[in-house]
Structures are given as C-alpha cells and as structure tokens.
Design a protein around this ligand. Sequence first.
Ligand code: FES
Length: 166
Amino acid sequence: MKLKLKPETLKAIDEVITHYPVKRSALLPLLHLIQEDTGWISTEAIEWIAAKLELQPINVYEVVTFYPMFRQKPIGRRHIKVCRTLSCALTGGYKVCDEFQKEFGCHTGEVSANGEVTIEFVECLASCGTGPVVMIDDDLHEKVDSAKVKELSAQIRAAANKGPNS
Ligand code: FES
C-alpha cells in the first residue's frame, strides 16, 4: 500500500528538510510529522522516509524501534490522550484513564474492538492548573471528572454512529 500524506504534511516535510545541512538529520522531525498525520509509522512510511532522506530503510527502522514514542501499529480513528504528569496525576488523571478504558473496553495503547478509539497516557499537555487534562484528537478538555468522561465518551460514540463525515 502506498503512503498517503496530507498536502500540509508534505509541505511541512519539504520545509523542515531545508533546516538541516544534511538531509538525514531531518529523520526525527519527519517521523513526528508522519506520525501526526497517519497516527503511526508503517513499513510504507519507513520506506518513503528512507527514499526521501537518501537512507536505507533499516536506518529509519532502527530509529523507530529505539524511541518508544513512535507507534508501530495503527491507532483508532479517535485518539484519547490522558495527561499523567504530576499535576494531572494528583487531580485524578489515572482514574480518568481507567474510566475511559472501561467506557471503550480496551486498555491503553490498544484499538477498541470497533476500531474507533485508542487511549494513551501522555506527558504534560501544558495546562497543569486545570487538571486532569485530556486531549481528544486536537481538542483539549480540562478538569475532566467522571461525569465529563461519560459525556465525552457519549459524544465519541454518537459521532461514530453518524459515520466518518459527521
Ligand atoms: S501536568 Fe497535566 S497538563 Fe501539565
């Protein structure tokens, strides 16, 4: 399968490569940009990056497997990121994460059975005064409590039932 990237990702990739005297130095930024776009780093992505930066695929693969932040499996259509850094941990971040896992019947890092959701712990989302903080796709949710978990989960399910164009 061919790697499909958004036009803005392709533009950002071409731009970021110009910031380095040698192309290969742009490897980490490219991996981040592609993971942001597609949710994970596929074999196609590894081959694509290798060709783009004039590297061997094994050189890219080694970096992907070295850093735990790069995902080697696809994620759900919706991505729930729960902050677990100190302020959020103290205000209930772990409980919030448990509640999301129960709502969708999956553990962190897995894809829910219907392919809809992946839940992950992340580090500080820069909103420490309003914890626990959760980011769903690109939207930040503050002071998330049990009621809010239920409300957000219901919204995710409602959107899924409406289909991909909702
Ligand atoms: S500690 Fe959670 S946003 Fe900073």
